[in-house]
Design a protein around this ligand. Sequence first.
Ligand SMILES: [Fe+2]
Length: 228
Amino acid sequence: MLSFARRASPLAFSARSFALRASAASVHTLPKLDYPYDALEPYISGEIMTLHHTKHHQTYVNGLNTAEEAYAKTDSPKQRIKLQAALKFNGGGHINHSLFWKNLAPASGDGGKLVDGPFKTAVEKEFGGLEVLKKKLNAATAAIQGSGWGWLGLNPETKRLEIVTCANQDPLLSHIPIIGIDIWEHAFYLQYKNVKPDYLNAIWNVINFKEAERRYVDALKEADAQTA
Ligand SMILES: [Fe+2]
């Protein structure tokens, strides 16, 4: 018995080391912002940005790591199924917010400026101009019952820009995300209280259209690759 334990021990240790290495490799971390917390003022306050990034997004990151760690530790299909909700909620929260920080920029920089290029051309073709896009995306986002996200996404089949909404922290899977608007109360309530339209109108002053154009160009290539 003892000799078996001695022979088995190095294998067990090796497996545990591998599991630890695999676990360490998949740890998610909070991404840094490209701008200071108060850089989006007066449209989004520094207080909102600080709490949103350091508390809310960090909580999704922690929840995702915890869920993935628990998933890796079990071979039980039942236990893994039980973890699906936590993986979707926290994983979606991490994905959505990582996209959100990048699709914002200070108004003193790239924020709010849609310049000539392929994205502006597509917005004009699909919506008749930026003002119509704003109106339609704001209306769809404001109409979400409870918490969720409004998206401008590229339909990978038609390669057209479309407005889509997602509930809770569900990530956008049907389309390739171009611009996302967080309509959870934590994104606006400290500054705009219950007046969602004021938040939705204000956020366009800090939308990073340069990032939107980069995503649009990449999305077209991704869609081409999918249909090739
Ligand atoms: Fe959020």
